[in-house]
Design a protein around this ligand. Structure first.
Ligand SMILES: [Zn+2]
Length: 77
């Protein structure tokens, strides 16, 4: 069963807060395989997490804004 882009982005967000269940991971993985936009979103989210949890590396504000804009764009759909 395929999940919506909205659900996929939610799972990406949840993933950065806590490990997903096996079922959710499989659903997300399946969605990311067919959806370029969510794949890009997932990658950005992973980069952001890495930056936030990294050794105090500052995130360029335009990068943060780009990610936020991408999130809003997805949620509007
Ligand atoms: Zn999608």
């Amino acid at each position: 069963m395929l999940i919506s882009c909205r659900r996929a982005t939610e799972l990406v967000e949840l993933r950065s807060a806590a490990p997903l269940s096996l079922a959710d991971r499989a659903r997300l993985e399946m969605h990311l395989r067919i959806c370029t936009a969510c794949r890009r979103y997932s990658r950005q989210s992973a980069l952001l997490d890495a930056a936030l949890s990294g050794p105090g590396a500052p995130i360029p504000s335009e990068e943060v804004e780009r990610v936020i804009a991408a999130v809003n764009d997805r949620l509007d759909r």
